[in-house]
Design a protein around this ligand. Structure first.
Ligand SMILES: [Zn+2]
Length: 424
């Protein structure tokens, strides 16, 4: 069986009747994951139109909250302007799905969004040169966990849910409104630096190594930069620190929520194992606090990473792109025999799906329930079915499709045909 990710605008623009009809065609959906708050992403991304949305050709995500909550002081998230108690997408979905067997698991983006509040500046992620990342909260900052404890408590009180998918539980990657690899060089906020000192990390040495990497990348010495990134002990310690910071945040948030209601549980949205370590995600530690996770080992899109954005940012011309892509593959233990031009055409080989699911299984605690993400957009029905088969045959337990609103009608149909054993 499987789940599907939907956006607030899908509910508000299309209505739940149409959503039920289209996902009904797939025949394998037993969970809906509705977003509580959005990210800064065009829907669909990066171009194209929403094929069955009667009101909008595309919708720009603005990092806004779409559940009805009280306002909070220290940290808060901007509410969508159209949100009212009567026009509340999560409540509409809950009410209209009541008579079905489909379980609703709200999906929250934790550390990335359009945040506000009196203490915001003291809670942002900061890079090695002291520049704050405006839309990212630091897992070590003091008010972030209080904010999310209040959000989940108040969401529980209004809507009754105790299980949530939590996404963006990491440091920034290089994608977003524009490509910016400096997100990877965080966090040096006062709270992180204090904690690093307490743990005897040499902050100056880490910053010096980062400066060296910056210079090498500027000089197009990609391989040398990767050598330092993978071999230098101070950077290894620093990546371990980042991973511990995210794990501690999740452990504490889980513990706080279980004190409010023991049924509280989080599903983790992680990056595929190839990349997770560099973003502060450690599968083996995190799965001590959550029994389910989802990752996105979709080969065509480079496993959810904006690989092309990264390569094009650093490289000029095809020779440089090829050498940057080779270094990228070496950094993440991927494909040394794949050329960049081939990747741009076809993505990673389809065996990426099985390989990343196998790694996710190996790195996670025993019996972790693994969802493998499947992209339902910009893909032919036959290729979608091929990706579904690869995920079904992998070590993942179930699939999560996304996104509902981006998917052509024929794709819902193709899944249904495949599930019924008909040829598509
Ligand atoms: Zn920090």
């Amino acid at each position: 069986m499987a789940g599907i990710h939907i956006h607030p605008h899908d509910i508000l623009d299309e209505g739940v009747t149409q959503i039920k009809e289209l996902i009904g065609e797939m025949t394998d959906i037993n969970y809906i994951f509705p977003q509580m708050n959005t990210i800064f992403e065009r829907n669909p991304y990066p171009i194209g139109v929403l094929p069955h949305n009667p009101k909008h050709k595309f919708v720009q995500g603005k990092g806004e909250m779409y559940v009805v909550l009280p306002s909070y002081k220290a940290i808060d998230q901007k509410r969508n302007a159209a949100l009212t108690p009567d026009k509340d997408p999560l409540m509409i979905l809950k009410t209209e799905m009541e008579e079905t067997d489909v379980q609703i698991i709200p999906w929250a983006n934790i550390l990335n969004g359009d945040f506000t509040g009196t203490a915001l500046q003291d809670n942002l992620v900061v890079d090695d040169q002291g520049k704050a990342a405006e839309k990212w909260l630091c897992p070590n900052a003091p008010d972030v966990i209080d904010f999310w404890e209040k959000v989940f408590t108040d969401t529980y009180q209004r809507y009754g849910y105790t299980t949530y998918m939590i996404d963006r539980i990491r440091y920034p990657d290089w994608a977003g409104e524009k490509v910016d690899p400096r997100g990877l060089l965080t966090c040096f906020c006062p709270h992180c630096e204090k904690k690093m000192s307490e743990e005897n990390l040499n902050i100056n040495e880490i910053k010096e190594k980062i400066a060296e990497i910056r210079a090498l990348l500027k000089d197009k010495q990609f391989d040398h930069a990767v050598d330092i990134l993978t071999q230098d002990q101070s950077l290894k310690d620093w990546h371990r620190f980042r991973q511990n910071s995210v794990t501690t945040f999740i452990a504490n948030l889980t513990q706080r929520m279980k004190q409010i209601d023991n049924r509280f549980a989080f599903l983790l949205d992680l990056w595929p194992p190839a990349y997770s370590w560099i973003l502060g995600q450690d599968y083996s530690q995190l799965t001590k606090y959550a029994s389910s996770l989802k990752h996105f080992p979709y080969h065509k899109l480079g496993g959810g990473a904006d690989v092309q954005g990264m390569i094009d940012y650093f490289a000029d011309g095809s020779d440089e792109s090829e050498s940057a892509f080779k270094a990228f593959n070496r950094l993440f233990g991927l494909y040394d025999d794949l050329s960049y031009s081939q990747f741009k055409k076809e993505g990673f080989p389809i065996r990426f799906v099985a390989e990343q699911n196998k790694l996710a299984r190996k790195k996670s605690q025993p019996d972790t329930h693994i969802f493998s993400g499947i992209q339902m957009w910009n893909i032919e029905p036959g290729k979608l079915v091929e990706a579904v088969k690869a995920a079904d045959e992998s070590e993942a337990d179930e699939l999560i499709y996304y996104c509902y609103g981006w998917a052509d009608r024929e794709l819902f149909h193709a899944i249904g045909q495949h599930r019924r054993g008909e040829n598509s």
